[in-house]
Design a protein around this ligand. Structure first.
Ligand SMILES: [Zn+2]
Length: 196
């Protein structure tokens, strides 16, 4: 099951592997799942995705998903270090990220949307290699546009998800108030009862 609780596609990407209650779940275990995730997170159009599945075949897409999983774990480490020390020297990581970005080809155009003119940038995907560029753009946007201090790990001790705190008060604690937030409340309630 895909989770979109990260409030940023780059963090949703990291969250494609999570471990609720110590059981690891892999959401992009093969090419088909990786493509489906790209569509659901909004980085790939459904029509384009169907065409890619037909054109490139399962083997090439499986290889892309394998690379995506590798890039994900690399990005997880990079983002964690950057959160700890935003001003450190990330020359090597940036070079790697730029390598992924260079695979993509984007098109800029002015469009009319809701009565206003807007500049949009869309990524064209002509090859399997370019799929990783879609994800790289999001990682790049996270580390260049967002505050490292607002990238947080869910406060639940049994949850491994990360999210970008976009709340005004910057006091978001949980990936999901209904799942992890409630679980924490229940645990605190039980703890209080135990002590009484
Ligand atoms: Zn959580």
């Amino acid at each position: 099951m895909f989770l979109f609780l990260g409030s940023h596609p780059a963090l949703d990407f990291l969250n494609t592997r999570y471990a609720p209650d110590a059981n690891a779940v892999e959401c992009i275990g093969d090419g088909r799942a990786f493509i489906d995730w790209l569509v659901q997170v909004g980085l790939l159009e459904a029509a384009g995705a169907a065409k890619m599945k037909r054109r490139f075949g399962p083997q090439a897409l499986d290889a892309a998903s394998e690379e995506a999983r590798r890039v994900r774990e690399w990005a997880r480490g990079f983002i964690a270090r950057w959160r700890e020390a935003p001003a450190a020297d990330y020359g090597r990581e940036v070079a790697q990220l730029n390598g992924l970005l260079a695979r993509g080809s984007s098109r800029r155009e002015v469009v009319v949307s809701e009565g206003r003119l807007r500049l949009t940038e869309s990524q064209r995907v002509e090859s399997v290699d370019e799929l990783l560029a879609l994800v790289a753009v999001q990682i790049a946007s996270l580390i260049t546009n967002e505050e490292p201090a607002l990238i947080k790990d869910c406060a639940s001790s049994v949850c491994t998800l990360s999210f970008l705190d976009r709340t005004k008060s910057h006091r978001r604690l949980f990936c999901s108030p209904t799942v992890c937030g409630n679980r924490a409340k229940v645990a605190a309630f039980r703890e209080r009862q135990r002590k009484d």
